[in-house]
Design a protein. Structure first.
Length: 166
């Protein structure tokens, strides 16, 4: 990393973030299960942390892919969210967020949800900023980098398809 060059490429590890939340009654529905909207908010916050760390600028959420809620999360549970930048395009970046519920009494973890979010780096006036490229180092990071490129191509194809609709 070169502090003199704000757009010098940065490794994925520089963006890795972890957030832990405890599910309180005001986070839950009448069945004492975490509200989906609260989890989506936490996913957005965890993703933004990774994007901020990588871009070292303000970021805004541009899109979120679908989210499947795999298991219910009960009041009193710990929710662990891990995020990192998967790939950088020009002024945007894809961030992956994976969520687990942690049962600290039984020392067990279950996968709750995963999401890919796109963030755009902006300056204080809302203008777009160029984002430093990301350097995937591990095999898993390289796989996520490649997968992000495929998702981007699918998104572009779908965007073009929609333009041609009446």
């Amino acid at each position: 990393m070169n502090p003199a060059d704000p757009v010098a490429p940065r490794p994925v590890r520089d963006s890795q973030s972890e957030m832990v939340e405890i599910v309180l009654p005001n986070d839950a529905n009448p069945l004492n299960a975490l509200l989906g909207g609260r989890l989506m908010h936490w996913i957005d916050m965890a993703g933004a942390m990774a994007a901020h760390r990588h871009a070292r600028s303000y970021v805004v959420t541009a899109s979120v892919d679908h989210i499947d809620f795999l298991v219910p999360v009960r009041v009193g549970s710990h929710v662990v969210l891990r995020s990192s930048v998967n790939r950088v395009f020009r002024t945007s970046m894809e961030v992956g967020v994976k969520v687990w519920v942690e049962d600290y009494i039984q020392d067990k973890r279950q996968h709750v949800a995963s999401a890919h979010l796109t963030f755009v780096a902006i300056d204080g006036k809302g203008g777009r900023l160029v984002v430093p490229q990301v350097i995937p180092e591990t095999e898993e990071q390289k796989r996520r980098y490649d997968d992000a490129g495929r998702r981007r191509e699918l998104w572009r194809s779908e965007k073009e398809r929609r333009k041609s609709l009446p």
